[in-house]
Design a protein around this ligand. Structure first.
Ligand SMILES: Nc1ncnc2c1ncn2[C@@H]1O[C@H](COP(=O)(O)OP(=O)(O)O)[C@@H](O)[C@H]1O
Ligand SMILES: O=P(O)(O)OC[C@H]1O[C@](O)(COP(=O)(O)O)[C@@H](O)[C@@H]1O
Ligand SMILES: [Mg+2]
Length: 323
């Protein structure tokens, strides 16, 4: 291979820039040129390619977001869109592609692979919903950001003897919520994977109040049937029964922005390097990510289309700890 391309797709994740930098520099070390694709699959279809050099990726390792831009691209879900993307790469002399993104992006990547185009992936999403890996790129930073917010909320909650519903991201996956709840010492956690009765949550808030707690924090995953807004709406009728006054904070995109942690910079760097090495050694259709204490490659066929489950023991522990 003499020329490859790299793109970032789906929700951006802190550490994507470290991965881009690593792809460009490792490829350059092998005498391979890298084209940067703007705005994910949309740029691939449009042929929005820019040559990247070892200098052009200088100074980005500590930056949040992605210098290439990211997008959600409905057109890429169509056969015609993907054909056009391959035609654009062929017209520009691109022989391999690195896709940095989450489950949706890697589904699209697998489709390119099945169409015979040489691809590699980097497992990257703050949701940690990719099957097969322990931790995806961006999760560590997002978790630390959510935790910092939770700590701030706890101090004001405590001063006012309030209960808070704090909503964290994660799409259909409760991983971020569960980890934020455990590491942040929350009183309760509500995740999509477990059916939660809001009346039960209200009862537990009441009990915490009666036990003399100065505050109570419920971490709610955005994908739960009763997300923070719906849970609060359900409580509205009988707020006086909670004991605490109630407030709601939706952390939202705050969790996705900001400077990547040391772990995410390392993970992005090691995964980006592995993705290039996979392509250059002719092992196509693999994705690099964090598994069992190191960066490893798994076949996209194994990763895509499976649902990642929460560890039931960790869920149980969250309950035990909230006393
Ligand atoms: N089933 C699919 N087939 C082809 N492309 C897909 C598919 N699912 C997602 N994609 C592409 O990947 C993009 C990003 O997916 P999305 O689920 O939004 O983010 P993430 O990759 O972070 O999970 C989508 O906008 C679309 O272009
Ligand atoms: O930024 P948007 O388009 O509002 O999307 C929000 C969604 O993106 C995420 O932040 C990241 O999800 P993906 O990695 O699947 O793109 C989800 O947690 C959230 O549900
Ligand atoms: Mg996703």
């Amino acid at each position: 291979m003499k020329r490859i391309a790299v793109l970032t797709s789906g929700g951006d994740a802190p550490g994507m820039n470290a991965a881009i930098r690593s792809v460009v520099r490792v490829a350059a070390a092998h005498g391979v040129e890298t084209m940067g694709v703007q705005q994910g699959y949309a740029g691939l279809i449009a042929g929005a390619f820019t040559p990247m050099t070892v200098r052009s990726v200088g100074g980005i390792i500590g930056m949040g977001g992605t210098v290439l831009g990211s997008a959600r691209c409905p057109e890429f879900r169509t056969e015609q869109g993907r054909r056009q993307a391959i035609a654009q790469m062929q017209a520009h002399g691109i022989e391999g592609l690195v896709v940095i993104g989450g489950g949706g992006s890697q589904t699209g990547n697998l489709m390119l692979h099945r169409m015979g185009f040489p691809v590699a992936g980097v497992a990257s999403t703050i949701d940690n919903d990719l099957y097969g890996f322990d931790q995806t790129l961006g999760v560590d930073t997002a978790l630390n950001t959510a935790l910092e917010s939770l700590d701030r909320i706890r101090s004001t909650a405590s001063s006012h003897h309030r209960a808070f519903l704090v909503e964290v991201m994660g799409r259909d996956c409760g991983y971020l919520a569960l980890m934020t709840a455990i590491a942040g010492g929350a009183e309760q956690v509500v995740v999509p994977e477990v059916e939660t009765n809001p009346d039960e949550v209200a009862r537990e808030l009441r009990q915490a109040y009666e036990r003399g707690k100065s505050h109570a924090i419920v971490v709610v995953a955005e994908g739960a049937r009763y997300n923070a807004e719906r849970m609060a709406a359900h409580f509205r009728e009988h707020l006086d029964q909670l004991g605490f006054e109630l407030r709601v904070t939706v952390l939202g995109h705050v969790q996705r922005g900001g400077t990547p942690t040391a772990f995410d910079r390392m993970l992005g760097t090691l995964s980006g390097a592995m993705a290039v090495e996979l392509l250059l050694s002719g092992r196509y259709g693999y994705i690099a990510g964090w598994l069992a204490g190191k960066v490893q490659a798994l076949p996209l066929e194994e990763v895509v289309g499976h649902k990642r489950e929460l560890d039931p023991k960790v869920l149980q522990l969250a309950e035990v700890l909230a006393q």
